[in-house]
Design a protein around this ligand. Structure first.
Ligand SMILES: NC(=O)C1=CN([C@@H]2O[C@H](COP(=O)(O)OP(=O)(O)OC[C@H]3O[C@@H](n4cnc5c(N)ncnc54)[C@H](OP(=O)(O)O)[C@@H]3O)[C@@H](O)[C@H]2O)C=CC1
Ligand SMILES: O=C(O)CCC(=O)C(=O)O
Ligand SMILES: [Mg+2]
Length: 741
């Protein structure tokens, strides 16, 4: 064999999934130990990543290993078997909050220098910049993605439909997107004929050159695209949309990925805040500057920093803010009770989850009174906005989807080797003057050139050939395995997609596709085609680039299953290993708030159960471990039973929560192992455990439910106290003693 992969790495992350791990991991360790599998944990939480980057500021006891770097290396090895739970892709406000908490806990990590004033601060900022945003996913995702609703999960959703808001044909809800001057319209794309090292430079109007990035190495066959968002076009678009929301009497809402994938999005978010509160920002420019307001961190940053402003001035600004609210359209609210608008915090409105949530809610969002209202969903760049307008049009015409009959849309997504927008982070620049930006080859040849103005956002992406080839192969494999129509969502009128279409047409014939229905359609056409089929109960595989992977794997699951937490999410790593992600959703900060307040955790670990089963199966197959295969199969059966018996966490306090759901999973898993006859050792060991768990069911559930109903002190949000949380998440001594026996 040569490859030793009797080990599974289980990640510790943040927020709700991290809490769930405290309860679930001991169970996992108990079951896998019986097959000689070692479960190693790696802490890739935001706080741990901060600590790992500043060893010189910490005592020996405080130091953290750089788990992310270690996992990044492991992901490139054939023995990799990693279970990854969702983590915080930190926005700057989240990063700052985590730093402040760590400092309070006695870790001498430095502040985040937003505007570094010397070399030392620049160095600190550059370290933090490696931690924020999508710092984790692109490092681990050394393969393309296969996300789908497994059959039992889909069947369960059909039998137990989630609530779906009705749609009316006269809904005023719509998407607003730019028609010119945006990334989509300005994109230029080139496939490299041979490997090269390119330079990115800015040339001002006087012919002075500034190097933006000295060296980017490109492989032969690599697709690069460069594009620019015009600040002027963006501002006038935002002004128009604000006026139009007022006129049409719909809520103004902004939907972006301002924490991840694209470092351009916080800047765009900042412009939206500034345009909406234009009168405040113009009139008080100097005061706000002095107070250190960072508009890219959302309107909430202004509110927080008002305390630094002298009293009289503060009252004046507050009155001007009020005037903006009165003059402008109604703003969509994230939390109407607390007055948090859609423009307050960039990480509160993450488009992949926020748009489907709106569509599931009859196309409505909350106003300041907590009433649902029709909405203008502003998605500035037009590259992918059309899929949501198409979905809205479909719902207006046909009414809401019916989860009891609808088909499914799985996804095969291109993301390996920092494909597409994942690779843009170190190649995105806010342009400092008028002139042009060029990508120059080593022979001095101009590869792309854009005329730019001060404030424009220029960015470049790169997509390597091998990941594209692998993505086509994965699509064909999924098409074959399911005999389902398979659509590449690529637009022949978009520069980047044109290059990808050429490659798809080259690589598809390398596979035997006899009898398969594989087509290429633009994202808008593909949406309509898939929606028509889904409504008729039919399935359609979507094969997409990286951003649509992100969007589609929340959009369809949220419509079909009520949440993307129930998705199977596999990343077959290009070098042979496996990365198994749990669900397709995020770290659910709302769930932590509820847990703190009333001791009830409604995080649904179904994604973890699904990921663990495929991880065990992968281990069993690559390591000839028959016990692992039996345990995997038993886990799948247990998960089906778990769904049948409706043991998912309830949303309400004093009912079954995440911890109780883990008990039932353990019970069913043990019962399945006791039932099988292929392995006597497993059978006898788990027969005893199954019996003990079953005999103590009432006692355990009582102990677990009694732990609910009061506040929980975690001793920290980003860096909680291990003992406190462990105690809170494992309150049943009866269950603990069975698991630890
Ligand atoms: N793969 C990753 O690592 C990802 C990380 N993130 C991170 O997560 C944070 C929050 O992002 P956001 O976009 O709000 O996404 P979330 O998925 O956390 O929130 C959206 C909603 O999804 C539902 N949800 C998601 N997972 C579960 C689950 N297991 N059990 C029950 N409900 C679930 C909840 O819906 P409801 O209220 O309807 O129950 C939740 O309120 C951010 O910090 C972001 O960076 C986000 C996406 C992916
Ligand atoms: O890093 C990303 O792609 C964002 C995380 C996410 O939302 C996802 O993978 O679905
Ligand atoms: Mg997503």
């Amino acid at each position: 064999m040569g490859v030793d992969n009797s080990k599974i790495v289980y990640t510790r992350t943040d927020e709700a999934p991290a809490l769930a791990t405290y309860s679930f991991l001991p169970i996992v360790q108990k079951f896998t130990k019986a097959a000689n599998i070692e479960i190693e944990t790696k802490d890739i939480s935001l706080a741990s990543r901060i600590l790992a980057n500043f060893p010189e500021k910490l005592t020996d006891k405080q130091k953290q290993a750089d788990a992310l770097a270690e996992l990044g290396q492991l992901a490139q090895k054939p023995e990799a078997n990693i279970i990854k739970l969702p983590n915080i892709s930190a926005s700057i406000p989240q990063l700052k909050a985590a730093i402040a908490e760590l400092q309070l806990q006695g870790f001498a990590v430095p502040n985040y220098p937003e505007e570094p004033e010397n070399d030392n601060e620049k160095e600190i900022k550059s370290r933090y910049d490696r931690i924020k945003g999508s710092a984790v996913n692109p490092v681990l995702r050394e393969g393309n993605s296969d996300r789908r609703a497994p059959k039992p999960v889909k069947q369960y959703a059909k039998k137990n439909p989630h609530a779906m808001g009705e749609w009316s044909s006269d809904s005023k809800t719509h998407v607003a997107t730019m028609t010119s001057g945006d990334f989509c319209s300005n994109e230029k794309s080139v496939t490299m004929a041979e490997a090269d090292e390119v330079k990115i430079e800015f040339i001002d109007q006087n012919g002075n050159t500034t190097i933006l990035k000295e060296k980017t190495s490109l492989l032969s066959g690599e697709v690069i695209d460069a594009t620019v968002m015009s600040k002027k076009a963006l501002i006038s678009f935002l002004e128009e949309q604000i006026a139009d929301s007022k006129e049409k009497d719909v809520l103004f809402s902004l939907h972006m990925k301002a924490t991840m994938m694209k470092v351009s999005d916080p800047i765009i978010f900042g412009h939206a805040v500034e345009v909406f509160f234009k009168d405040v920002f113009e009139k008080h420019a100097e005061t706000l500057e002095e107070a250190g307001v960072e508009v890219n961190n959302g309107f909430g940053d202004l509110i927080n920093k008002l305390k630094r402003v002298p009293d009289a001035k503060r009252e004046e600004i507050k009155a001007d803010i009020q005037a903006c609210y009165e003059k402008g359209p109604k703003l969509a609210m994230v939390n109407s009770d607390e007055g948090i608008t859609n423009l307050h915090v960039p990480s509160d409105i993450i488009i992949d989850a926020s748009m489907p949530a709106m569509i599931r809610n009859s196309g409505k969002m909350w106003d300041t009174q907590g009433n649902l209202q029709d909405t203008k969903a502003v998605i500035p760049d037009s590259s992918y906005a059309g899929i949501y307008q198409e979905t809205i049009d479909f719902c207006k015409k046909h009414g809401a989807f019916d989860p009891t009959t609808m088909g499914t849309v799985p996804n095969v997504g291109l993301m390996a080797k920092k494909a597409e927008e994942y690779g843009s982070h170190d190649k995105t620049f806010e342009i400092q003057g008028n002139g042009s930006v060029r990508v120059i080859g080593s022979a001095g040849n101009i590869i792309t050139e854009h005329t730019v103005e001060k404030g424009d956002i220029w960015r470049m992406c790169q997509t390597k050939d091998a990941p594209i080839k692998d993505w086509v192969k994965l699509a064909v494999n999924r098409a074959k395995a399911t005999n389902t129509p398979t659509i590449f969502w690529l637009d022949k009128n978009r520069a980047h997609d044109t290059e990808l279409i050429k490659k798809v047409n080259t690589y598809l014939p390398e596979h035997d596709t006899t009898g398969l229905d594989i087509r290429i359609m633009s994202p808008v056409e593909a949406t309509r085609f898939s929606l028509e089929r889904i409504a008729a109960g039919q399935d359609t595989i979507s094969v997409t680039g990286n951003v649509l992977r992100d969007y589609n794997t929340d959009l369809f699951p949220i419509l079909e299953l009520g949440t993307s937490a129930k998705m199977l999410s596999i990343v077959p790593l290009m070098n042979g290993g496996g990365l198994f992600e749990t669900g397709a959703g995020g770290s659910a900060p709302k769930h932590v708030q509820q847990f703190n307040k009333e001791g009830h955790l409604r995080w649904d670990s179904l994604g973890e159960f699904l990921a663990l089963a495929v991880s065990l199966e992968h281990l069993g197959e690559t390591n000839n471990n028959s016990k692992a295969l039996i345990i995997a199969e038993a886990l799948d059966q247990a998960t089906i039973k778990f769904l049948d018996h409706k043991k998912s966490p309830s949303r309400k306090v004093n009912e079954l929560d995440n911890r109780g759901s883990h008990f039932y999973l353990a019970l069913y898993w043990a019962q399945e192992l006791a039932k099988q006859t292929q392995d006597n050792d497993l059978q006898s060991e788990f027969a005893i455990i199954a019996k003990e768990l079953a005999n103590n069911e009432t006692k355990i559930i009582t102990e677990l439910n009694n732990a609910q109903g009061s506040t929980v002190d975690m001793g920290g949000y980003y860096w909680p106290d291990v003992e406190k949380v462990s105690k809170a998440m494992r309150p049943s001594t009866t269950l603990n003693s069975i698991i630890e026996a």
